[in-house]
Design a binder for this molecule. Sequence first.
Ligand SMILES: Cc1cc2nc3c(=O)[nH]c(=O)nc-3n(C[C@H](O)[C@H](O)[C@H](O)COP(=O)(O)OP(=O)(O)OC[C@H]3O[C@@H](n4cnc5c(N)ncnc54)[C@H](O)[C@@H]3O)c2cc1C
Length: 345
Amino acid sequence: MRIAVVGGGVAGSFLARCLYGSASGADITVFTGGTPADATGASGGMVRGFETGLDECRTAAQSMAELRADPWLSEAARYRETGSTYLLPPGADPADQVKLLEELLPGSAEVLPGGAAAARLGLHGIPPGTLAVVERLAGHISPDQVRTAVLRRLADNGVPVLPTRVRGVTEQAGVLLPDGALHRFDLVVVAAGGWTPALLPEPSGLFRTKRIQYGTYRPDRPVPGVFVDDNSGLYGRPLDGGGLLLGLGSEEWDVSPDAVPPDLALAERVAAAGAGLLQVPPESLRPDRLVASFDCYAPSGGLRLRTVPRTRGVFTFTGGSGGAAKTAPAASRAAAAELLDLATG
Ligand SMILES: Cc1cc2nc3c(=O)[nH]c(=O)nc-3n(C[C@H](O)[C@H](O)[C@H](O)COP(=O)(O)OP(=O)(O)OC[C@H]3O[C@@H](n4cnc5c(N)ncnc54)[C@H](O)[C@@H]3O)c2cc1C
């Protein structure tokens, strides 16, 4: 069984790792596409078990459990266990998700009044009557470092990890190389993030790209853990060596994955919202660095394996939708099992 994985971000690298580790004997080739500025390279790497959707929460919590249980993986990912606080909007009830977290990450999560949870981090202005999910077993990783380590380990074990930027994928599971050569496989998985639609035999219409942007700041008061505030839309985490990563959701869709210039108006909105949350003057929130990037969004389901209609043996593994750093381990395990089931079936 010859399987090609096109893409060397967290999606492609973790999928190839699971396929290789499955002992199925599948012959895997990874085309990484070189080193463009991809979502994995830009990622903030915040990881936790809690997600507002129950399916996403299960995948994130399973991934968190795997990250913590595998010393090689947590070291390769530079995992830092700072904890996480998720501040919910008024009326949101996280009871089902917290029950699931208790099964998968026992003792990690508790529900607190939003204001009290925010105060522990030095955050302010949370609407009264809200709740927060506070997790102990959560923090941040370096998606860039972990995918590099995973790809290097695969290559050391004899898996062809090629920097080739493929030209496209055919209906019959062929991979078209830049020199025009066609390499045939039994299964091809396009895990090329925002570049995925352009590589498919015909437009899928399923995926879209969206801007994700954050800045790095040096506020007077550090914030000691990872946080998401669904009221202001702000998220953040402490930076290794001091400082704070701070970002705000964007609604800029269909950005080109080849060039995402910084949006200065969005940075201004971060400063205004951050000033309220941290209770500091907005002018003290001037970014040291702005990171402007994108991710591939799917209408639902996040990062998972999807068949490509009117093809034989072609799949996509993308749709991280701004969150695949936290779901890649478990989503890849599920995708690899599905592929190998199909292959043996
Ligand atoms: C700024 C930012 C912050 C984020 N913060 C978080 C966070 O805190 N927590 C979290 O969980 N998620 C976060 N995310 C989301 C997460 O990082 C992404 O969901 C994830 O990295 C997507 O990985 P991917 O492998 O699907 O895509 P990508 O990382 O974009 O990788 C796609 C790969 O495909 C390759 N490729 C493209 N074209 C070709 C070709 N023709 N041939 C071969 N290869 C090709 C590219 O080289 C690239 O390496 C963030 C994303 C961004 C952009």
